[in-house]
Design a protein around this ligand. Structure first.
Ligand SMILES: Nc1ncnc2c1ncn2[C@@H]1O[C@H](COP(=O)(O)OP(=O)(O)O)[C@@H](O)[C@H]1O
Ligand SMILES: [Mg+2]
Length: 285
């Protein structure tokens, strides 16, 4: 069963060429970066926690059928930005647009209705529930309208774990509190991948994963991108970002300081932007 987003807000994505095989999939015209309808957009978003100004007028754009990487040092505001975009935090000011239309994302359920699913850095799982119950939390499959259809939820969860290369199908009845960090991360990724219809946001999804699972997650990112979803990917692994991203947005001290299209950046340039030595943004718009 899938959630029922407002169909007017979640159009069927157009077929998208694979950027890896079609070098010109990302337009070369520099103005193209700021034109066209974005799947998800933030404009001048400000968010403070008491005296801490986590976001100081940040702008951000994610395009359908592309991977947008968000990079920046610890404390740059990346997680706060994606929590604003997923309805966890209300912004103090600024605009959020989905498909070019201004929206208010008042809570994570509102984000889900817009087709936006998020893998939070802190994962946000229910520790006492098993993996399948977490994947289906709030969207439980039912038998006779009331009873949870646990066997079907476990079957579908196991199927998704197999796709993700998560070797824990035998543990589906165990509360996720007893899982390793990597296993918990896989549950959160499986949940987001199961439900995202428009945008999937992943905050450091490979941080706790081993080599093989990391490769599987990167495959998953490419698969959902090729389905036409916008993928927002936060990572400190710059070679991974350079390999995966169609666009890279760099945040520093609560604002966007630089953006690069595929092929425009290298590790040195990214580090320069992250550390404040390089900028190609003219301040907040
Ligand atoms: N819930 C919160 N309460 C208070 N301060 C917060 C909270 N979340 C984030 N911050 C602060 O906001 C700033 C940005 O943090 P964060 O968005 O987590 O950065 P990043 O994800 O880029 O490392 C930091 O100074 C952090 O301490
Ligand atoms: Mg973070």
């Amino acid at each position: 069963m899938s959630p029922s987003p407002d169909p007017a807000l979640v159009p069927v994505p157009a077929p998208v060429p694979d950027a890896a095989t079609v070098p010109d999939a990302v337009p070369r015209d520099p103005s193209a970066v700021t034109t066209g309808v974005m799947a998800l957009e933030a404009r001048n978003v400000v968010k403070s926690f008491g005296t801490v100004r986590a976001l100081r007028g940040v702008s951000f754009e994610a395009r359908p059928g592309q991977v947008t990487a968000l990079v920046g040092d610890n404390g740059a505001g990346k997680s706060t930005l994606i929590k604003v975009l997923s309805g966890v935090f209300a912004p103090d000011s600024g605009e959020i647009l989905v498909d070019g239309r201004q929206v208010q994302i008042s809570d994570p359920q509102a984000a889900s209705r817009l087709g936006i699913e998020t893998v939070y850095q802190d994962l946000a799982l229910a520790p006492d529930l098993d993996a399948a119950a977490n994947v289906f939390l709030g969207r439980e499959l039912r038998r006779f309208k009331v009873l949870h259809n646990q066997s079907e939820m476990r079957r579908r969860t196991a199927e998704r774990f197999t796709e993700l290369g998560v070797g824990m199908v035998q543990d589906l009845r165990v509360p996720v509190a007893s899982f390793s960090g990597g296993q918990r991360q896989s549950v959160a990724i499986a949940r987001a991948a199961m439900w995202a219809q428009h945008v999937i946001i992943m905050d450091e999804p490979t941080a706790a994963l081993g080599v093989i699972q990391t490769a599987k997650v990167l495959d998953l990112v490419r698969t959902v991108r090729d389905r036409g979803l916008a993928v927002v990917f936060i990572s400190h692994n710059l070679p991974q970002v350079l390999e995966l991203a169609d666009l890279i947005e760099v945040m520093r001290l609560g604002v966007r300081v630089a953006r690069f299209r595929r092929g425009e950046a290298d590790v040195d340039r990214l580090i320069a932007a992250i550390s404040g030595a390089y900028s190609n943004e003219g301040g907040s718009r």
